[in-house]
Design a protein around this ligand. Structure first.
Ligand SMILES: Cc1cc2nc3c(=O)[nH]c(=O)nc-3n(C[C@H](O)[C@H](O)[C@H](O)COP(=O)(O)OP(=O)(O)OC[C@H]3O[C@@H](n4cnc5c(N)ncnc54)[C@H](O)[C@@H]3O)c2cc1C
Length: 414
C-alpha cells in the first residue's frame, strides 16, 4: 500500500524534470506533481558550472531554474537530497530513499548522466576533479586558485574550464587531449583550429595527439600529469573532462528497455519508454529524432529543456512527437562563442561560409549531400536555414552545396 499518491512523478532533479513540471502547470495540468532529486540544490542550469559561476561572475541563485518560492507557488512538491531507489512500473509505484512508497499515474525518468571516470595510476590523489555539479565547481574554483591546472580532454568541458580559469585570472592552464585539435571531434578541424587559436592566444598550452598515462603526487596530492608520449607536466590541480555516461541504473533495475548501442534509455518519438505511463527526457534518453529520422542521444541543455516540455504535453494526453532540431551552445570565456544545430553524428564533408580569420563564420556538415548539422560563430542567422535544411532531409545538388559556402548566395533560396 502506497504512502502517497501523485498524478505525476518526476524522477531526477535536473533541467529536464524541472521544465516538465513547469509545462505541466503552464499547459493546464492540475494534478499533484512530485519532483525527486538526489542533489542538495534545487534544479539548476549546469552550463554556468564551467562558465560564469566558475569564474565567480554568477551566483548560485543565478543558476537556479526558478527561485526557491516558485515551487510551492506552483504546488510542486520538490524533494531534494532524495533518490528514487526502486521503480515498479507494473504496480506504478516508486520507493524513495526516505522509504516512502509513492504511487503515480504517469512518471518521468530524467536521471541524466554521470561523468566518465579515468582509472589510471594516481587517480585517487587529491587535487583531481571532475565537473558535473555546482559543488564540483566550488571545489575547482577554490583548489585551482593561483595554481597550475592541467585539463584532461579537449572537448567543450576542458576548453571552457581552461578559458574560465584563465579569464578570471584564477590559474594557468594546459590541456592534454587525444585529438590533434580542440573541439574537433564534435565540430571538425576548421572550427576546432579557430577555437584552439583563441585558447592559445590567451596563453593556454595545448598538447594534442597524446593521452593521460598516470598522475604523480607527493603527500597524497597531485604534482604531475604524465602523458602517454612521456611528457611530465607540473600540475597542482587537474580537471578531467572525458565525457559522460547516461545514468540508467534505475531504468535498468526497473526492466525498462535500454539502447545497448548508444547507451541510454530507449524511447520512441513521443519519448515514451517501454513501460506504459513512463516517459524519459534529457541526457538519459535515446530517442527517435523526427527531424533527422534517426535514433539519437545527445547531452545538450536545450535538448533536456525541450524534452521536458514534450513529455509534459504527452502526460497531459496531447500525443506530440519531439520534433525540435537539437541545439548546442558553448562559450570560451568571452573570447569566442559557438552555436550548433543538428544531431551529434559523423559527417563526410564540411563547407565553411564566411571568414575564420574574422571570427564570423558558419560550418556546414554534410553526409550524402544532406545537411546534418551546422555551427555558427557570429552568424546565428545561418542556423535558421540550417534547421530547415536538416528537417527537409533532401540531398543538395553541387550548386546548392557551393551556395552554402558563398557569402553572396541567398540561403533562403535553397
Ligand atoms: C559543466 C557543464 C557545462 C555544460 N555546458 C553546456 C553548454 O554550454 N551547452 C549545452 O548545451 N549543454 C551544456 N551542458 C549539458 C547540460 O547541462 C545537460 O545536457 C543537462 O543538464 C541535462 O539535464 P538532465 O535533466 O537530462 O540531466 P541532469 O542535469 O544530469 O539531471 C539529472 C539529475 O537526476 C539525479 N538523479 C539521478 N538518479 C536519480 C534517482 N534515482 N533519484 C533521484 N535523482 C536522481 C541526478 O543526481 C541529477 O541531479 C553542460 C553540462 C555540464 C556538466
Amino acid at each position: 500500500m502506497a504512502d502517497t499518491h501523485v498524478k505525476h512523478l518526476l524522477i531526477g532533479g535536473g533541467l529536464a524534470s524541472a521544465n516538465c513540471a513547469r509545462w505541466l502547470r503552464e499547459s493546464g495540468g492540475e494534478g499533484e506533481i512530485l519532483l525527486v532529486g538526489r542533489e542538495p540544490d534545487p534544479p539548476y542550469n549546469r552550463p554556468p558550472c564551467s562558465k560564469g559561476y566558475l569564474q565567480g561572475k554568477e551566483s548560485r541563485e543565478d543558476a537556479y531554474f526558478r527561485p526557491d518560492d516558485w515551487w510551492a507557488e506552483q504546488r510542486i512538491d520538490l524533494r531534494t537530497r532524495t533518490s528514487v531507489m526502486k521503480l515498479d512500473t507494473a504496480a506504478r509505484e516508486a520507493t524513495l530513499s526516505s522509504k516512502e512508497v509513492v504511487s503515480y499515474e504517469s512518471a518521468l525518468v530524467a536521471t541524466g548522466a554521470n561523468v566518465r571516470r579515468l582509472n589510471v595510476e594516481g587517480a585517487e590523489l587529491e587535487g583531481i576533479h571532475y565537473l558535473r555539479a555546482l559543488g564540483n565547481a566550488d571545489h575547482i574554483r577554490t583548489d585551482a586558485d593561483g595554481k597550475k591546472v592541467v585539463l584532461i580532454g579537449g572537448s567543450y568541458i576542458g576548453c571552457e574550464v581552461a578559458a574560465s580559469l584563465v579569464a578570471g585570472d584564477h590559474a594557468s592552464c594546459e590541456i592534454v587531449m587525444q585529438e590533434a585539435v580542440t573541439l574537433s571531434r564534435g565540430f571538425g578541424e576548421a572550427a576546432g583550429r579557430f577555437f584552439q587559436g583563441r585558447l592559445e592566444e590567451h596563453g593556454i598550452v595545448v598538447h594534442g595527439e597524446d593521452g593521460l598515462a598516470r598522475f604523480e603526487g607527493a603527500d597524497g596530492r597531485v604534482t604531475h600529469v604524465v602523458t602517454e608520449r612521456g611528457k611530465r607536466l607540473e600540475a597542482d590541480c587537474v580537471v578531467i573532462g572525458a565525457g559522460v555516461m547516461p545514468d540508467v541504473m534505475l531504468a535498468r533495475s526497473a526492466g525498462l528497455a535500454l539502447d545497448e548501442e548508444r547507451g541510454g534509455l530507449l524511447c520512441d518519438a513521443q519519448l515514451r519508454t517501454s513501460a506504459p505511463g513512463v516517459w524519459a527526457a534529457g541526457d538519459v534518453c535515446s530517442y527517435d529524432s523526427r527531424p533527422n529520422g534517426r535514433r539519437i542521444r545527445v547531452e545538450h541543455w536545450d535538448v533536456a529543456f525541450n524534452h521536458g516540455k514534450t513529455v509534459a504535453l504527452n502526460m497531459l494526453g496531447q500525443e506530440v512527437a519531439h520534433d525540435v532540431v537539437p541545439y548546442f551552445f558553448s562559450d570560451l570565456a568571452d573570447w569566442a562563442s559557438l552555436e550548433y544545430v543538428g544531431p551529434a553524428a559523423g559527417w563526410e564533408r564540411e563547407v565553411v561560409r564566411g571568414s575564420l580569420e574574422d571570427g564570423a563564420f558558419s560550418v556546414w556538415y554534410l553526409s550524402g549531400g544532406r545537411v546534418e548539422g551546422a555551427l555558427s560563430v557570429g552568424r546565428s542567422e545561418d542556423l535558421e536555414h540550417a534547421r530547415r535544411l536538416i528537417a527537409a532531409r533532401e540531398p543538395l545538388g553541387d550548386d546548392a552545396v557551393a551556395a552554402l559556402g558563398a557569402l553572396d548566395a541567398d540561403l533562403a533560396a535553397l
